[in-house]
Structures are given as C-alpha cells and as structure tokens.
Write a protein that binds this ligand. Structure first.
Ligand SMILES: C[S@@+](CC[C@H](N)C(=O)[O-])C[C@H]1O[C@@H](n2cnc3c(N)ncnc32)[C@H](O)[C@@H]1O
Length: 403
C-alpha cells in the first residue's frame, strides 16, 4: 500500500539551543507527498493557529503530549467541518437560485463529486499534523501508547530509520489493529472475520444473506471468488459445501488477510492467488462470484481501491472474462449495489449492455435493502441516493447455455 520507493523529509529544529537540520523517512498511507514546509508545534499551539497553518499548506511536527495532539487533531477537524458546512449551504443556495426547478435528485452527481473533493481536502489538512517515531516505531511523546505492533502490521519494517508520519495515519493503523484483534461479527454466519490494515472490511454485510439464499448450481465442485478481500465470500462457499474454492485478489494485503481468515476457520480447501481477476492454471468453475468495488470513480488513495473502480474497469474486465472460465452449466454471481445508478454514475442499461456484450444472460436476481446508518441519515447530502439503494446478487449464465 505504501509507495515502495523510500521518501525522506527534512526540517529545522532547535536542539540544545541550536537550530539543527533533521531528517527522517516519510510514511504516508494515502500516498501524500512529503511535506515541503514543517514547523515544530507543541501544547502551547492553539487550534486556530494549527488550522491556519494547515490551510496555508504548512505541516506541523507535534512535540507536545500525545493525548493533547489527538485533541488538537479533533479541534482541526471541527473547524474543517464548520467550513465545509458553510460551503455546502452556499453551493446549495446558489444551485437553487440558478435553477429553481432542478430537484436535489438532478444534482446528485455534482454532490457526489463535491463530497469526494471535500473528503480529499479534509484528509490533506488533517494529515498536516505529524509525529516522529524512532526506528522501532516508538514515540517519545508524553503519554504515548505502544504503537509498535500496529505500525509493523500497517507499514512493515523501518530498517533502522526513524520516520515521520501523520497522526491521522497512525490512528488508522491503531484502528486497524483493533479490528484485526476483535474481528467483525458476521451475524447470519455466526462467525467473525478479521480484516487486516488496508483490506476491505465487510462491516456492511447485507449481501451475505443473498449469498446464503442463492441456490448453488447442481454440480458445484469448483468455485472462484474474484477480489476476495478478507476471504468472507470464499468462506461462505466452502461452508456451503463447494469442494474446491480458488480465491484471487490483486492486493497482497488481502491475500495475507484471507489466508489468516481461512486458517482461523480451519478451511483447507481454499486456494489463494495474487493476480488480476481470474486464477491461472485452474480448472473451469461451476460458480464464479465477485463483489467488485461498487462505484465507478477514480480511487484517490491505495486504501480506496476496494471501493472505487475507475471507469468500471474491474467490473467490465470481470464480466468480459467470466464466460471463458465457466464450465458448461456454470453460473456467475455478481454482487452489486445500484448506488452508482442513483448517483447517475452508471445506468442500468449500461450494466445490462455489458452482460450482453460478455455473452451472459440473467437467470435470476436476488435483492436486499441496506440498513446501515448512512442509508437512514436524512442530513447526508446524498440521502436521496442512499435511501433508494438496493444491493443485488445477479445470477448470470452463458448465453449459449439455455437452462
Ligand atoms: C468490494 S471489495 C470485496 C471484498 C470481498 N469479496 C467482500 O465481499 O467482502 C473488492 C475487492 O476486489 C479487489 N480487486 C480490485 N480489483 C481487482 C482485480 N483487478 N483483480 C482482483 N482483485 C481485485 C480489491 O482489492 C478488493 O479486495
């Protein structure tokens, strides 16, 4: 997930009363470029000052108490939210004046892009509060927690180099370590899945029931799970009695994570391949399942590759290639939400056209309505789209095969 090429930062800092040029390795989970300007700040820095510096493009190296640093970050976040709210209100007013007849619904694609821009800007500003960790990922700040294990899991060995990273990225690593320890409960399966840092966590798992409800093809000796993430869907197939499951993912972290989850479930009939879409040297599949990233938009960081799929590249590649990997009466189960359609990023006709172009016919479709918090939040600017969202399991068969 991190840029493999090492990057370094330098800054001036007073040591024993003398200005000294310091340098360290730069770590960024979001591939943010190393900061150009760094000033040293501490408990005497006010939230307004820090917010102003962040907005001016200056990064701040925190030398105060660890918990005060966390509070400062929250205070910066509140200021960003207030500014964003004001800007959203202004934009809505302007749009309403411009075209009074234009409904909220017609503004959804713009709102979606504006929201993403705001999130990206928020992430940039919050990432300007930095911490230094030594080569063993130890922070020398007062009241600093032990972050070694979480950082090792997220960023790997530092090889004897101290590093600078944003407090926000450190919090991401600590949060991921908690999930990995506690797991995500998948209620309808009665098991927990343990996501690793940088791997899609199945917290919104309404589609699991669809996978349990869909009847398996009559003969189901071999199945593929394309884009396995934590391995959740492959585990469901193995538990439903599929003889051999081959799971793939492009992301090496997902492969390690899925392996961990298969071992925890003591499942030995699932093989893993780190590859683009379909496995190589594999027997034809009676069933191929895929839960691709749902939204056709450009990922803005490595962590977003499981959610956004620029130009629907993965989805279209999956559909185009599926038929040639299917056994004669094989089935494709595509798990897809129609949120992209409500946001007017893709049309239903386009999707159906891609099925036809790939030589696939719809055998049946199972639907479910998401119940997660954001679908019920009327204050969410995208509420009109989120509240109408339906997640489907599309069962597709080869067009030449008439059941
Ligand atoms: C929405 S997540 C689904 C994860 C998991 N199947 C689940 O349902 O919880 C999509 C997954 O597809 C993977 N992916 C994206 N593009 C891929 C590609 N071209 N080949 C294989 N995997 C890919 C991502 O790394 C991510 O793990």
């Amino acid at each position: 997930m991190l840029v493999t090429e090492k990057q370094y930062v330098q800054w001036l800092e007073k040591e024993n009363g003398k200005e000294t040029l310091r340098h360290a390795r730069w770590l960024s989970a979001n591939n943010h470029q190393p900061p150009e300007r760094i000033v040293v700040v501490d408990d005497t820095t006010t939230a307004d000052e820090a917010y102003r510096l962040a907005c001016a493009g200056t990064s701040m190296l925190w030398r105060g108490d660890f918990h005060n640093g966390r509070q400062l970050l929250q205070a910066i976040n509140r200021r960003i939210e207030r500014t964003n709210e004001r800007s959203e209100q202004r934009k809505r007013k302007k749009a309403a004046n411009k075209n009074k007849s234009e409904s909220d619904h017609n503004q959804l694609p713009n709102l979606f892009h504006q929201q993403r821009q705001m999130q990206a800007q928020r992430s940039r500003l919050l990432s300007r509060l930095l911490l230094e960790l030594d080569a063993d990922y130890v922070s020398k700040l007062r009241r600093a927690p032990d972050v070694n294990a979480a950082c090792m899991a997220a960023f790997g060995e530092l090889n004897d180099e101290p590093c600078l990273l944003s407090l926000r990225d450190l919090q991401g690593a600590l949060g991921a370590a908690q999930w990995r320890k506690k797991g995500v409960t998948i209620e309808n399966l009665g098991l927990s899945i343990y996501p690793h840092y940088g791997v899609f966590a199945p917290t919104r798992n309404e589609y699991v029931q669809l996978l349990l409800d869909a009847p398996l093809p009559k003969a189901c000796d071999v199945a593929y799970d394309i884009g396995t993430g934590t391995g959740l869907l492959a585990i469901i197939l193995a538990q439903r009695g599929v003889g051999q499951v081959i799971a793939t993912d492009l992301n090496p972290r997902a492969i390690a994570c899925a392996r961990d989850n298969f071992e925890r479930q003591e499942l030995s009939n699932i093989q893993l391949q780190q590859t683009d879409l379909f496995p190589t040297d594999a027997p034809p599949a009676n069933l191929i399942i895929c839960n691709p990233p749902w939204l056709p938009a450009k990922p803005s960081s490595p962590l977003e590759y499981a959610v956004y799929d620029a130009n629907s590249t993965m989805l279209r590649g999956f559909l185009q290639g599926a038929r040639q990997h299917l056994s004669e009466k094989g089935e494709v189960w595509l798990i897809l939400s129609d949120l992209a359609e409500h946001l007017q990023l893709r049309t239903r006709e386009e999707l159906l056209g891609w099925f036809v172009d790939a030589g696939l016919t719809v055998k049946y479709r199972l639907d479910t309505k998401p119940k997660h918090g954001r679908s019920q939040d009327e204050n969410d600017p995208l509420f009109a789209a989120r509240s109408s969202e339906v997640t489907s399991l599309w069962c597709l068969v080869s067009t030449s095969y008439e059941p």
